[in-house]
Design a protein around this ligand. Structure first.
Ligand code: TTP
Ligand code: MG
Length: 487
């Protein structure tokens, strides 16, 4: 059985969710160009006859108090990824087809999640509770009917066309409902007096092929309920990389390190987003005279944290003699596999195993924050030589301050609306803003370390003014981590 999931008034619903003032109002999401056309209309706006692709001026004529909201594609793409992740939790066979729709083959998922209708209900419920959005789902034995079914009871619909009901539904199905039917085909079918899929049955396949080409043959098959297309999950990527041609050539080792770290984190994030791990890390350097080198290293245990990738990239980088200035620097990973694939566990975990796992947890926490609150919410640790001493109690805070703290604390900083959100993503420690109780930092560490960090954040300056806290493990002094607090 195939599910087709389609979000209701997608862009508009996301905006109405995020801005309560827009709820229950006629809203259109519209690009900011001169000849603006409506991307999507909320269901309230649709009552005025407003629809996608309508010029904005016409929409305004139809509804005086229409609210126009600009398109925020990055946000919709982020929500889209969250939706796809929810669906992927119920079936390994998920095919995203556009920003707000996907097919899922749930044939083999019965023992885990129940029959297709129960799965559809669980998906709807999870999207609603986790993302506060509604969707419509169609269930059918074949793809094209699942898509048609999802559109039958919008919004918030659930339509199941069983194998037994299929012939009756097909017979009455207007041909304009068939995905992919173009204007020319519609005209020709008009000439043949074909209005429903039932009408198609009056002709044989050869005749239809002659008249309508390839589409004719497909049409005949569809009229018999045959749709050979399968749900096709995206092919597994072979490698992921991130690189930049620098604005100006560099020769400073620390600068190069910072760039490697940023690339490693980006690659790690990409891996985790795709639920992958890698077993090979490489770096790429182009020098100012355009000569290029690549170095790579294979590892036994798969990794996906930015830190682990960075440590390997750095060790490769350190082996390259830097005689020329660097023009381009990049980090790549390959030998990818699904993060869910079984891994042969060593009886004695290799050195640094625990640390690696901790970084993965931190990275995943950061990923959730990115997904939920956008990129600016998390400040990455910077790799710069440490200079400052711990701040004496009551000491004067400078613009930017680095402090040392004993024990291994891994941390990230973000500003979040509520403590609840921090708890939801399963972090073990947090620092709360004294003024408004919002969460300012999350990290892993012992209760002592948590308390210590909390103290640091609140010493001297009002916490509400703290802008960011970043931490760094120091390879030269493994028992120390550094905090940088900016405000
Ligand atoms: P659709 O799924 O076609 O429409 P929708 O989700 O807004 O409404 P519903 O499914 O409930 O009928 O498209 C998904 C998103 O794609 C939509 O929110 C905005 C965007 N889109 C455009 O930008 N231009 C268009 O012409 C269409 C149809 C959609
Ligand atoms: Mg939709």
């Amino acid at each position: 059985m195939i599910l087709h999931i389609d979000m209701d008034a997608f862009f508009a619903s996301v905006e109405q969710r995020d801005n309560p003032e827009l709820r229950n109002k006629p809203v259109v999401i519209c690009s900011d160009t001169q000849r603006a056309v409506v991307s999507t209309a909320s269901y309230e706006a649709r009552r005025f006859g407003i629809h996608s692709a309508m010029p904005l001026f016409q929409a305004r004529q139809r509804c005086r108090h229409l609210v126009v909201v600009p398109v925020d594609m990055e946000k919709y793409a982020r929500v889209s990824r969250q939706i796809m992740a929810v669906i992927s939790g119920f079936s390994p066979l998920v095919e995203p087809v556009s920003i707000d729709e996907a097919y899922a083959d749930v044939t083999g998922c019965k023992t885990l999640f129940g029959p297709p209708e129960a799965i559809a209900m669980q998906i709807k419920q999870k999207i609603l509770t986790d993302l506060s959005l509604t969707c419509s789902i169609g269930i059918a034995p074949v793809k094209f009917l699942a898509k048609i079914a999802s559109d039958m009871h919008k919004p918030d619909g659930l339509t199941h066309i069983s194998k037994e009901q299929m012939p009756a539904v097909l017979k009455e199905l207007p041909i304009e409902k068939i995905p992919g039917v173009g204007n020319r085909a519609m005209k020709q079918m008009g000439v043949l007096n074909i209005r429903t899929l039932g009408d198609v049955q009056r002709f044989d396949a050869q005749f239809l092929s002659r008249k309508l080409g390839k589409f004719g043959a497909r049409l005949f098959q569809l009229s018999c309920g045959i749709d050979a297309s399968r749900v096709q999950p995206r092919a597994l990527r072979k490698s992921i990389s991130s690189e930049t041609t620098l604005a100006a050539d560099i020769s400073d080792f620390h600068e190069a390190k910072d760039i490697l770290l940023a690339h490693s984190r980006r690659v790690g994030r990409d891996l985790r987003k795709k639920n992958l791990v890698c077993r090979s890390v490489s770096i790429k350097i182009t020098f100012s005279d355009f000569t290029r080198i690549t170095r790579s290293r294979k590892i036994d245990e798969p990794i996906c944290s930015g830190e682990a990738i960075f440590h390997l990239a750095l060790s490769l980088f350190e082996q390259v003699p830097l005689k020329k200035r660097i023009r381009l620097l990049g980090v790549g990973v390959s030998h990818l596999q699904s993060a869910d694939a079984p891994v042969q566990m060593a009886l004695i975990p290799p050195a640094g195993h625990r640390r690696k796992k901790q970084w993965e947890t931190v990275d995943r926490a950061v990923d959730s924050i990115f997904e939920k609150f956008g990129r600016d919410m998390v400040a990455p640790a910077v790799l710069k030589p440490l200079t400052a001493k711990p701040l004496a109690k009551g000491g004067k805070m400078t613009q930017s301050m680095k402090v040392l703290i004993s024990g291994k604390v891994q941390g990230v900083f973000f500003r979040m609306e509520t403590l609840k959100a921090a708890q939801k993503i399963g972090v073990t420690g947090y620092v709360r803003n004294r003024a408004d109780r919002s969460v300012e930092a999350v990290f892993q560490g012992t209760p002592d370390q948590v308390a210590q960090m909390e103290k640091w954040c609140h010493t001297g300056a009002p916490a509400s003014r703290v802008d960011r806290v970043v931490t760094e493990d120091m390879p030269s002094a493994p028992d120390f981590s550094a905090f940088e607090i900016r405000y």
